[in-house]
Design a protein around this ligand. Structure first.
Ligand SMILES: Nc1ncnc2c1ncn2[C@@H]1O[C@H](COP(=O)(O)OP(=O)(O)OP(=O)(O)O)[C@@H](O)[C@H]1O
Ligand SMILES: [Mg+2]
Length: 324
């Protein structure tokens, strides 16, 4: 299948007078057309930076290298004009905090139809019709009346539904959702996740879902990329996650998911601190200092070993056959 998005050897460094942050250090990933791919990792592992590189929304102090192939061209080589023609049309984005992205002085309806008018995809009347139908699809009751209301008149969960509608209004091929439910309570979170999954399937869209929650990633996605220190540690199909997960970091993440039938207080955790990306990276495996399976060979950086279809592991255990 032709991938919708292919990121090749991406590196991002944030530069400032105080020093540099090596946020992304050679990430390659593929989002197959029509599939849902999760990017999982601890805070600061570079999840948002990778995906903000795709529509080139990183701040000016970001130095980006590599290749980002989307729909036949390298996003990093597009002119500003060509980029603007794609943002919001071919690529939709949803973020954690919808109220930070919505304009409080404009009605929800005005903000919904904006992408259609900006990209000359519909007349004002047709755009309004599409917007109201989409509000209905994302589960907003009484969409005609809601179209004319302002963001402050909506709850957090409803605003996230509005953000989803805005991201989808121009029928993008790719939807990037960056921790879209973290700020919501659990029941609303589950509803929004189900809605996203349903919309992704119905529209045959590709979805990149960024989360620190492995359980949510497994529910929603077909494949998972696990990031640490701006690198991919493991790429694994969801059905293999529990039985064939290989990297000690991913095993640690899986073990630290709370289970209802276990007493509180016995939760294993990954010892040590996340790698400091403001310093030069070590020559060897960047997880070695925290790894319980560390070997002599880990003083050399492991490549991403291809393990099975859609399954890659950046760990020497994959080469030595030490992985079950
Ligand atoms: N504008 C910026 N200037 C300098 N450093 C930045 C900037 N944005 C991100 N970083 C740094 O880049 C690294 C990766 O950040 P990023 O936001 O991509 O992580 P993340 O995995 O999305 O984390 P979170 O789960 O907290 O959202 C971090 O060390 C962060 O401090
Ligand atoms: Mg983030």
């Amino acid at each position: 299948m032709v991938p919708d998005l292919q990121v090749n050897n991406l590196s991002v460094q944030f530069r400032s007078d105080e020093g540099h942050v090596n946020a992304i250090n050679g990430v390659s990933l593929v989002v197959p057309a029509g599939k849902a791919v999760a990017i999982v990792g601890e805070s600061g592992s570079g999840k948002s930076t990778v995906m903000m590189s795709v529509p080139r929304l990183l701040p000016g102090n970001a130095c980006v290298r590599g290749e980002i192939l989307f729909d036949g061209c390298d996003m990093l080589k597009l002119s500003e004009k060509a980029l603007r023609a794609r943002r919001g049309k071919d690529i939709g984005m949803i973020f954690q905090n919808p109220s930070a992205y919505l304009n409080p002085t404009k009605t929800v309806g005005q903000q919904l139809i904006e992408p259609l008018l900006y990209h000359h995809m519909a007349s004002a009347a047709a755009a309004k019709k599409t917007a109201i139908s989409l509000l209905d699809q994302v589960g907003i009751a009484d969409p005609d009346a809601r179209f004319n209301m302002y963001p402050f008149e909506f709850s957090g969960g409803m605003l996230q539904r509005v953000m989803i509608a805005i991201a989808l209004i121009a029928s993008p091929k790719l939807l990037i959702a960056d921790e879209p439910t973290t700020a919501l309570d659990v029941t609303v979170q589950a509803e929004i996740l189900m809605l996203l999954k349903q919309l992704q399937r119905d529209r045959g869209m590709s979805l990149v879902f960024i989360t620190h929650d492995l359980a949510v990633a497994a529910q929603l996605c077909d494949e998972v990329y696990v990031m640490y220190g701006g690198m991919v540690m493991e790429h694994i199909p969801v059905p293999s996650l529990v039985n064939q997960c290989s990297h000690p970091y991913l095993q640690g993440l899986l073990n630290s998911i709370p289970r209802l039938n276990e007493p509180v207080g016995r939760l294993p955790f990954i010892p040590g601190n996340p790698i400091n990306t403001t310093r030069a990276l070590p020559d060897g495996c960047i997880f070695a200092d925290r790894c319980t399976a560390k070997m002599d060979i880990c003083s050399k950086r492991p490549p991403l070993f291809s393990y099975a279809a859609h399954h890659e592991v950046a760990c020497w255990l994959a080469q030595t056959g030490g992985i079950a």
